[in-house]
Design a binder for this molecule. Structure first.
Ligand SMILES: N[C@@H](CCC(=O)N[C@@H](CS)C(=O)NCC(=O)O)C(=O)O
Length: 204
């Protein structure tokens, strides 16, 4: 099995955390998706990370498809569930975090193509910023009331996506004045950082 990955992508991190929590600590093969690495091009016409190549050579792109595949290949009770007993709530909260991640990645990528105009100040850029601030605010509200993804000891998809989101925002939008205070999510990130799956995959 091979995981084509880079060290900063939040989508890669979701897949890597899920793989490790399911007991598959695949050493990532680091590729630059922007340099059209031939290994990535061949496996995935979209040339995006993450792309997993399964043991029988089947390429599997898209972070959430990798999670779906894992849930099917390594199901509970033998392996921890990433969805828990209330899958609808878990998926709904994971969706909130994914909206934020998508807006953050879109902003970072589009900045490159709109320079010298700062994409962030365009109407679409402001919309993406609103998504980040509002999405994190909503998640923070939930995380302050109910513990995210603590069905047992292993984090579920909502906690994984929420921590991937906040760590990516802290990494790429350090001290952004428009970001609300996120004490519950910061605490969750600190707590999960003690797990090898989060510690090893921290963006750098
Ligand atoms: N929906 C995809 C998004 C993957 C994605 O956008 N990856 C970025 C890195 S954060 C990438 O490889 N970008 C290269 C490109 O867009 O050409 C997923 O969930 O895996």
């Amino acid at each position: 099995m091979q995981l084509l990955a880079n060290t900063t992508s939040p989508f890669v991190r979701i897949a890597r955390v899920a793989l490790i929590e399911k007991g598959l600590d695949v050493e990532p093969t680091i590729v630059d998706p922007w340099a059209d690495d031939p290994r990535l091009r061949e496996a995935n016409a979209a040339a995006r990370v993450p792309t997993l190549i399964t043991d029988d050579g089947t390429p599997l792109p898209e972070s959430l498809l990798i999670v779906m595949w894992l849930e099917r290949e390594r199901p509970p009770p033998d392996y921890p569930s990433l969805l828990g007993d209330d899958a609808t709530a878990t998926l709904s909260r994971a969706g909130m975090a994914l909206g934020v991640i998508d807006a953050a990645v879109h902003t970072i990528i589009t900045r490159k193509s709109t320079a010298p105009v700062l994409f962030d100040d365009t109407p679409v850029g402001l919309r993406r910023r609103r998504t980040m601030a509002e999405g994190m605010g909503r998640l923070e509200d939930i995380a302050g009331r109910v513990p995210l993804g603590t069905d047992g000891t292993v984090p579920m998809l909502d906690a994984i996506c929420a921590v991937v989101a906040i760590d990516y925002l802290r990494f790429r939008f350090t001290d952004a004045p428009w970001m609300p205070a996120l004490p519950a999510l910061d605490a969750l990130s600190q707590r999960l950082r003690k797990r090898p799956s989060f510690e090893k995959t921290s963006p750098r």
